[in-house]
Design a protein around this ligand. Structure first.
Ligand code: FAD
Length: 149
């Protein structure tokens, strides 16, 4: 069942985000594809975050987090924040520089979800980067969206 579940889920195409939070001197980011827009009024987003992720206690302590929506070409950023470090990758002003968009959220709720937590945030501020193709993850690899020229 587990392998079949993973195989089925690998067939769901997703955009790639980095969720980040800061509390005191500590700041962490983590790559996540389990992201969705949840509500328009009020503006809510939701993320599925592994229960052992280091960013989880930080965003709970801060009661706030940011979500950077990665663009095509930011595979290295995604890999870095998934635990495969790359030189020169980090957070700038609490978010990923050059992202397609950044959502600054206040923590609304954290729900149990098996070995993950469903984190709901209320969007309080938005930054839009230059429009362009997103970073896409599908079938265990980074893919390109056909983008009109
Ligand atoms: P850490 O080990 O703390 O951080 C991960 C990496 O980010 C480390 O290399 C660390 O050096 C670096 N880093 C952290 N903070 C900073 C900082 N401030 N400055 C510079 N570098 C920093 N997991 C989920 O729970 N939900 C998902 O939806 C999800 N989707 C994924 C999608 C993809 C495409 C991939 C590749 C992984 C996904 N993961 C997801 C797995 C998740 O990204 C990893 O398990 C992650 O590394 C777990 O983070 P950690 O708490 O161990 O973080």
């Amino acid at each position: 069942m587990k392998d079949l579940f993973k195989e089925a889920m690998s067939r769901f195409a997703a955009g790639v985000t980095v969720v980040s939070a800061r509390h005191g001197e500590e700041e962490r980011g983590m790559t996540a594809t389990a992201f969705m827009s949840l509500s328009l009024e009020p503006p809510l987003v939701a993320l599925g975050i592994w229960q052992g992720a280091k960013v989880l206690p930080l965003l709970e302590a801060a009661q706030a987090f940011a979500v950077s929506l990665l663009r095509e070409g930011q595979e290295g950023v995604s890999e870095h924040f998934a635990g495969r470090p790359r030189d020169g990758v980090g957070l700038t002003a609490g978010r990923v520089e050059g992202a397609l968009a950044v959502l600054r959220c206040r923590l609304e709720a954290v729900y149990p979800g098996g070995d993950h937590r469903l984190v709901v945030g209320r969007v309080e501020a938005l930054e839009l980067g230059e429009m362009g193709p997103p970073l896409v993850y599908f079938a265990r690899g980074y893919r390109r969206l056909v983008w009109p020229s």
